[in-house]
Design a protein around this ligand. Structure first.
Ligand code: HEM
Length: 502
């Protein structure tokens, strides 16, 4: 049969009708959001480094549920606490998937943070991570001892500097690295220990490889492109180097822990992972293999270091800007402790202003402004909108944390938001806490939340008790709207003098 112009017309009309029908049937069509170009969507109007500011403006304009699309891939964004909690808590597992993260999956196939919720290893990874952090985690004497020793070392280091300029980013990085290595491996490490340096290097490389706002992010939209290593070469190089380190010094640590394991003598979180490897995960019959152990070690390093670094760096920048606040926090410390005393986690209740400041800082900073992307596991709905299965969903914690209807003057730092009339830290149901989604909510809430908060609290308490923070030269802006969004939102680096208080 000959293909005539009428056949062509019928074909074109059929294809067009199909496309229009699909669009008309698409439930996401009803979700408001900025108009995009055909096929490209909003790809070229969204600037990755400023995405937190852009999605803030979009939320303000379009309301609780909005939508953008990148290369024709729709992304639903939830901008109200009600909508977020409906998705994260009320809707059970509907929203608990993760979209394809091929860069992370080839590096760390058994990552808790990147694993789709329905992945066969997910619940074991989750259970073992939480057990490790709980048994060994916040509130437990061993962890406190480690953090206190590392804080003491930090204080010694600052005393040695004798008021000379210190890069606060490097200082915080060193502290966080030592605490993380100690928590995992159960030994005390000093700032210049090779293992801490290797952990930092591996983490840096990994971050460069998986940064969701770099050019390599296109691999998450078109996962098949990961099979062409000549594209986005830097991604493959960084993954390969991090993998070498993972299979080198991390695997050596894992093997040592396996060889010297004693059931009643857990030294660090790694021993809990090794226990799961030896004995299986309670009642699941799941085989917790070497990839699971490596997966959790990497999750703790990648999930716990950069996030805390960004939050601690922000407190230094903030306190350098706000000398008044610094003095108020010091007055609270002076009213409770002798100058030579070391502050421990047991003293937390004596320091409500400092505790409130830690929360306020986490609100202001929101290091992961949209959490880790979620993904719908089935056709579902939120805030009255239909959301089909396999849709990417962002939780706009940054917008909620800076919504003036919830937090008046949201770009000011005011610890009082988290204090009641009696000067005590507000309870869980208080609006300031209820709307704080910095660590997420529901099943995929950050398991390291308590550890992260304790680390920030202890460091700040002891530094502010012993030192005045003074700026060196002109300070960079303390305005989260001007910070760049990389894998996380991070403040600019700042140098300070830590001058011993009289
Ligand atoms: C200030 C510090 C921290 C912040 C702001 C933070 C924030 C977050 C956020 C927003 C999520 C994603 C929640 C979601 O997608 O719904 C998350 C997940 C996670 N975090 Fe943290 N985190 C911090 C510290 C830590 C620490 C210290 C650890 C480990 C020791 C850790 C380990 C993890 C892990 C393993 C996940 C994945 C959980 C899952 O997908 O089920 N984080 N964190």
């Amino acid at each position: 049969m000959e293909f005539t112009s009428s056949h062509l017309a019928v074909l074109v009309i059929s294809v067009l009708s199909y496309v229009l029908y699909k669009r008309w049937k698409d439930p996401l069509r009803k979700i408001p959001g900025p108009k995009g170009l055909p096929l490209l969507g909003n790809t070229f109007s969204i600037k990755p480094e400023q995405m937190h500011v852009q999605l803030y403006d979009i939320a303000k304009k379009y309301g609780a549920v909005t939508k953008i699309s990148l290369f024709n891939t729709p992304i639903v964004i939830l901008n109200s606490t009600e909508a977020c909690l409906e998705a994260l808590i009320k809707k059970g597992t509907d929203f608990q998937g993760r979209p394809p993260l091929p860069r992370m999956w080839i590096f760390n196939p058994k990552s808790l943070a990147a694993a789709p919720f329905e992945h066969p290893d997910y619940s074991s990874l989750h259970r073992v991570a939480v057990t490790g952090l709980k048994s060994y985690g916040s509130g437990v004497a061993e962890l406190e001892r480690i953090m206190e020793t590392t804080v003491a070392e930090t204080i010694d280091l600052l005393q040695g500097k004798d008021g000379q300029p210190v890069d606060t980013h490097e200082l915080s990085n060193g502290y966080i690295g030592c605490v993380m290595a100690s928590i995992l491996f159960g030994e005390r490490y000093s700032y210049d220990d090779p293992i801490c340096k290797s952990i930092h290097e591996m983490n840096d490389r990994l971050i460069q490889a998986i940064d969701p706002y770099s050019s390599g992010a296109i691999l998450d939209i078109f996962p098949f492109l990961i099979n062409f290593p000549f594209l986005f070469k830097y991604v493959h190089e960084n993954i390969a180097k991090s993998q070498d380190m993972l299979n080198g010094f991390i695997m050596a640590r894992i093997n040592e822990a396996k060889a010297s394991f004693e059931t009643d003598q857990k030294r660090g979180c790694l021993d809990y992972f090794v226990e799961a490897h030896r004995n299986g995960v309670n009642g699941t019959g799941h085989k917790f293999d070497d990839d699971c152990i490596k997966g959790l070690v990497i999750d703790f390093i990648a999930g716990g270091m950069e996030t805390s670094l960004s939050s601690i760096s922000q407190t230094f920048l903030d306190l350098l800007h706000d000398q008044q606040l610094q003095k108020r926090l010091q007055a609270e410390l002076d009213s409770q402790f002798e100058p030579t005393q070391t502050i421990t986690m047991k003293d937390k209740n004596k320091l409500p202003l400092l505790s409130a400041y830690v929360l306020e800082n986490l609100r202001y900073m929101n290091a992961t402004p949209f959490l880790i992307p979620h993904f719908t596991l089935k056709d579902t709905e939120v805030a009255g909108y239909q959301i089909p299965a396999n849709t990417r969903v962002l939780i706009n914690a940054y917008y909620i944390a800076h919504n003036p209807d919830i937090y008046p003057e949201p770009f000011e730092i005011k610890p009082e938001r988290f204090l009641d009339e009696d000067g005590k830290v507000v309870e869980a149901g208080h609006p300031s806490k209820h709307n704080l989604l910095t660590f997420g909510a529901g099943r995929r809430i950050c398991p390291g939340e308590l550890l992260a908060k304790s680390r920030i609290f202890l460091l700040l308490a002891n530094i502010l008790h012993k030192f005045d923070l003074q700026p060196v030269g002109e300070l960079p802006d303390r305005d989260v709207r001007k910070y760049k969004l990389g894998i996380l939102l991070s403040p600019p680096h700042v140098t300070a003098r830590f001058v011993r208080r009289q």
